[in-house]
Design a protein around this ligand. Structure first.
Ligand SMILES: [Ca+2]
Ligand SMILES: [Ca+2]
Length: 326
């Protein structure tokens, strides 16, 4: 079919410009003369010129007829068809008129409007067209296929309660997954586009923006935002609380030998079976390493804390417990 079109175009070009055949036939001087005459006496030459060319055309009449016949099928082949582009939900986003012999330029279709946030954790964008024929011979509709990035938390941080504002935020247990879903051009038995899935764990490339000190500046509850590197908006948020009375058994805002003694006494009472009625809150305050027992170990932590703070240090329960457990 393309060959026919090329041949038709060549014939058409010859038909449209009979002077070119005249020039090629060697009558260069005449053409030059015509130009010269045009400068000298434009009106006369203009009138005479068509006559000249007409007479020449008459001589080559059979050729012209042929080329005209060739034009007929070309016009039919060169019909214009409508190419309709549908968005993800089947809505028309653009239509273009395309000639049959015109190669379709898909880059001219604006798909930027297809980029959306389905919700806070799902981003959707254009992936590809359901088909991309180079040429069309009838009205055609093609569909935009989507790709989605869905962020989800597979596991949450275990630690949501802190004992010191100076502790580091502990994200252990958190698992952030990005699921990439892409509609492919393949369809299932029901005619739906098959979606391919790919999961990426991106927990390791996430950070928290604020320190506990800032988070707990005014309140003992706060929201931690987990943000992926290179981004500025959180992909996961959770609540944490500050329990800053750990170890302060007499509630005087100081942790010292008195608190340590209290714990040892309590421990002694428990171990001898003496009657000791601590409230749950008091038990929590005394159980420094939160292992469910109040014993000499907790008293030792108090003394370590006291030693560090009394020498100008800024002890952090979390670090102290972690270091001593190693
Ligand atoms: Ca105290
Ligand atoms: Ca304990």
């Amino acid at each position: 079919m393309k060959k026919n079109i090329v041949l038709a175009l060549i014939t058409l070009a010859m038909f449209m410009n009979p002077f070119s055949t005249v020039a090629e036939s060697g009558d260069e001087t005449k053409v030059k003369d015509d130009t010269a005459h045009t400068e000298d006496n434009a009106s006369e030459d203009d009138e005479s010129e068509p006559e000249d060319s007409e007479s020449k055309d008459d001589e080559s009449e059979p050729e012209d007829n042929e080329s005209q016949e060739d034009d007929q099928p070309q016009e039919e082949e060169n019909k214009t068809h409508t190419l309709t582009f549908l968005g993800f939900d089947g809505e028309v986003i653009q239509t273009i008129e395309v000639k049959e012999d015109e190669k379709i330029d898909y880059s001219q279709i604006d798909v930027s409007g297809l980029h959306t946030f389905v919700n806070k954790y799902t981003e959707q964008d254009f992936s590809e067209w359901s088909s991309t024929p180079e040429y069309i011979s009838e009205d055609t509709t093609i569909q935009a296929l989507w790709k989605r990035g869905i962020i989800s938390a597979d596991g949450k941080p275990v630690k949501t309660e802190y004992y010191s504002k100076g502790a580091d935020i502990d994200l252990n247990g958190l698992s952030i997954i990005i699921t990439l879903e892409t509609q492919t051009t393949k369809t299932d038995n029901d005619g739906n586009f098959i979606v391919e899935k790919q999961e990426n764990n991106i927990t390791g490339s996430c950070y928290t923006e604020k320190l506990l000190e800032e988070l707990f500046e005014t309140d003992k509850t706060a929201i931690v935002d987990v943000i992926p590197y290179g981004d500025d908006k959180p992909i996961f948020s959770y609540e944490i609380t500050l329990f800053d009375s750990l170890g302060d058994t007499n509630n005087d805002n100081v942790i010292d030998a008195i608190d340590s003694s209290f714990i040892l006494e309590t421990y002694a009472d428990f171990s001898t079976g003496a009657n000791n009625s601590l409230t749950d809150q008091q038990k929590k305050i005394c159980d420094i390493n939160q292992d469910g027992k109040i014993d000499a170990m907790d008293a030792t932590y108090i003394l370590m804390y006291y030693a560090e703070s009394s020498t100008g240090g800024n002890p952090v329960w979390e670090n102290m417990i972690e270091n001593s457990e190693q």
